[in-house]
Design a protein around this ligand. Structure first.
Ligand code: ADP
Ligand code: MG
Length: 728
């Protein structure tokens, strides 16, 4: 009987690229067609309601019930015109996905008249009985109510036949149960802190937004092959599989020409994304076979985060149409590159200035240096919590290994800016400056735009790299909600800017001129944050050694890296900046810890099952064939010739036996380790037991299976192999 693998392979030989029906218009003609954006609001809302929504977006003010009714009515009318029959509050619980619960517009009066209803109350707030979302202990089942509340700063949209209203998700007692609530708070803090600092340079600045442009990496595999790999479909990564004879060593995939089947998928995806207002712009092959990347034009952060979450959902849905599956896991295949999600981050003012882009005047450049140096200082002071915000069972494979940015958080700024900071460090005197010193400094600062022009050096091994007009946080995992690291980044920078302002003002108070005070504090920060600046190869052994000497942390173990959440320093930071209460931050920790334990537990179960039920029986079957063959040879040959002709097969029979015994023994030990671990009540200790005592078996068992894959007859091997998954 044919294996599932061959059935799956037969299936994909029939597949061809799906023809795409191109809209007969340009992208700009249908861009945002399914979004209730300002243009549609103008059309469907009264002037009063429209202005009220805009004001709420700009100042974060509430919208009163009467206005909400008007907005709901307009939104409903528009959504129905786009084919919507249902509506949902759309939110980001603390899982890897988004959540929605659909209700029909359809309603009925007591005497049986039917109509479509959606009012301000339904728009503004809902109470999903969502007791099974992770809450990190915040919500006990007896107070299982949670609220979702409308976020007017991210526009509603229609997908399928459902109107989706972006919302926050909080507990009955007011604690955040999602990513959006703390993100909005962090953005608000950054806004206030950055505006205050901008006042040193430009009185017209009244609002600063944080900008995000994410680059999403992913793998595509054929759906039939995916279904034939229980490890892929249940854990989103391959728990076994010998490397293909050829993978990425020829560097022939990166930026290579895109295969028709994939490009047809990408085009379909782009059309869907553009209809939803997601400004996808870039697409290309990535380094590993069947690995790809897409990136949009950057946007205001809250919207960009929503768009990334929405896109990940759309990517899966469109993939199914093409008989493909998207893998967002950080390390779906051993031995080749994993996937990340680069977060390009900057800040922009209402006056149209990118605060991380040098300007034309010395004043603008001082402002640029201020934000650049404060960011470096913020990262320097908070490396552990930054790492904790992106660590997971999946991303651990990247951060802990010699691939992608390492678990050491360092920053790259390029040779020219390094020189610039070095000069500032030595040329700023203590106290008051002479006129000559001032002129020299200003001249120096004025040179920045020119030096950045030829600052084309890129460092792909740095986790936090300055790329000319933004920082790129590259260590983020491909399945992570961008909000997690961005909550931290915005909070630490907001905190740092507040600190900066205080320190500058203290010096001014002591009689220094403002510029002198600014230069002096910046000089101090340059010195203070120096040890995270690293321009070399972040993947190298030498850097690990150097970083250790500098006293930088390099925490590769997931569970101990999460401890940063609980440090007093972290709790104070988030409380001081009104982003998380102590209870909320503890809950984030709990959720990460629990999620980690569960992921390893599932991987261990799936691997045990596959090893014992798929791999061992297959190997026994093949071994029996060999034994029959050897017995036949024995009948044919005399003793002397027999050992000559059968020797290598006898050896093989032995090797197979050894691996089978080893697999069985290790699977049993792994089960035992789980049993011991499961008795532990303390969540941290439980996760540690899984990390230290269960996880190592995943590698050990896999080792034997991968060896067997090389020995056993290809015809009977049950699971699709790497070469099939990666080259179809
Ligand atoms: P690369 O692969 O060279 O890093 P990409 O073009 O793939 O670059 O992605 C760069 C991302 O950075 C894009 O999403 C882009 O919109 C974004 N970006 C550019 N400028 C800014 C900015 N000021 N703030 C945030 N993101 C930005
Ligand atoms: Mg990039």
């Amino acid at each position: 009987m044919a294996t599932i693998r061959f059935e799956a392979l037969k299936e994909i030989f029939k597949r061809q690229a799906l023809p795409i029906e191109y809209p007969s218009v340009k992208a700009s003609d249908y861009f945002g067609i399914n979004v209730f954006d300002q243009t549609k609001m103008k059309k469907y809302l009264s002037k009063e309601a429209f202005n009220s929504v805009i004001k709420s977006v700009e100042d974060g003010t509430g919208i009163d019930r009467k206005i909400a009714d008007q907005v709901a009515a307009g939104m409903k009318e528009w959504a129905i015109s786009r084919g919507a029959t249902h509506y949902t509050h759309w939110f980001h619980p603390l899982t890897d996905a988004t959540a929605e619960k659909h209700d029909a517009f359809f309603d009925m009066t007591p005497n049986g008249e039917t109509f479509e209803s959606f009012d301000g109350k339904l728009l503004a707030q809902q109470e999903p009985d969502a007791s099974s979302f992770p809450s990190g202990g915040i919500r006990n089942t007896f107070e299982a109510r949670g609220y979702t509340a409308w976020d007017p700063s991210s526009p509603a949209f229609v997908t399928g036949n459902t109107l989706c209203v972006p919302t926050v998700f909080v507990s009955y007692t007011g604690e955040a149960l999602d990513y959006k609530t703390p993100l909005l708070k962090a953005l608000n803090e950054l806004d206030k802190a950055a505006v205050d600092v901008c006042q040193f340079y430009d009185k017209n600045v009244t609002k600063v937004i944080s900008t995000l442009g994410w680059e999403q990496e992913y793998f595509l595999v054929d759906n039939a092959l995916y279904q034939a790999r229980p490890d892929l479909s249940l854990t989103k990564r391959t728990l076994m599989g010998h490397g293909a004879s050829k993978d990425q060593q020829l560097d022939d995939h990166y930026f290579g020409s895109i295969k028709p089947r994939v490009s047809s998928y990408m085009m379909d995806l782009e059309i869907e994304a553009h209809k939803l207002g997601i400004p996808l712009k870039t697409r290309h092959n990535e380094v590993a076979p069947n690995q790809f990347e897409c990136a949009p034009i950057f946007e205001e952060m809250n919207l960009a985060v929503d768009h990334n979450q929405l896109l990940m959902d759309i990517m899966q849905k469109v993939a199914i149409r093409h008989n493909l599956r998207v893998l967002f896991h950080e390390k779906p295949f051993a031995g080749i590159n994993g996937s990340g999600k680069h977060n390009n981050w900057s800040m922009a003012t209402n006056t149209g200035v990118n605060l991380l882009s040098p300007g034309k005047s010395p004043k603008k450049n001082m402002q640029f240096l201020t934000f650049l140096i404060n960011t470096l200082k913020a990262v320097h002071d908070n490396t552990d919590i930054l790492r904790a915000s992106i660590m997971s069972a999946g991303n651990q494979h990247r951060l802990g290994a010699n691939e992608a940015p390492p678990a050491i958080i360092s920053a790259f700024i390029g040779k020219k800016l390094t020189q610039m900071l070095d000069e500032l460090e030595v040329s700023v005197p203590d106290g008051k400056m002479s006129p000559e010193e001032k002129t020299a400094l200003k001249l120096n600062v004025g040179k920045i735009p020119e030096i950045l022009l030829d600052n084309t050096d890129r460092n792909r091994t740095s986790p936090f790299a300055f790329t000319g007009n933004r920082f790129e946080f590259r260590a983020v995992g491909s399945s992570e909600n961008c909000a997690s690291p961005m909550i931290v980044l915005n909070t630490i920078v907001a905190n740092q800017l507040k600190e900066f302002k205080k320190e500058v003002e203290a010096l001014i108070e002591k009689g220094l001129k403002r510029d002198e005070a600014i230069f002096q504090i910046l000089r101090q920060y340059i010195v203070d944050s120096k040890k995270i600046r690293f321009e070399g190869n972040g993947y190298s052994k030498e850097w690990e050694e150097e970083a250790a000497k500098r006293g930088l942390t390099n925490i590769k173990e997931a569970v101990s890296s999460f401890a940063a959440f609980l440090e007093e320093k972290t709790v104070e930071l988030f409380e001081r900046n009104n982003v998380f209460s102590k209870r909320e931050i503890e809950a984030r920790y709990e959720v990460r810890i629990e999620n980690y334990t569960k992921k390893i537990q599932i991987e261990a179960r799936v691997l045990g099952d596959l090893a014992i039920n798929h791999i061992v029986p297959t190997c026994v079957k093949y071994q029996t064939e060999l034994i029959k063959n050897v017995q036949g040879l024995k009948e044919l040959f005399d003793a002397k010739d027999f050992s000559k002709v059968a020797g290598e097969r006898l050896e093989l029979i032995k090797v197979i036996s050894e691996h089978i015994s080893l697999i069985k023994k290790q699977v049993n030990e792994m089960i035992e380790a789980r049993k011991v671990a499961n008795k532990i009540e303390d969540a941290t200790k439980l996760a540690t037991a899984y990390e230290q005592n269960v996880k190592p078996y995943l590698e050990k068992i896999r080792y034997s299976i991968d060896k067997l894959e090389l020995i056993v007859d290809d015809e009977i091997w049950p699971l699709p192999k790497y070469r099939e998954l990666l080259f179809n």
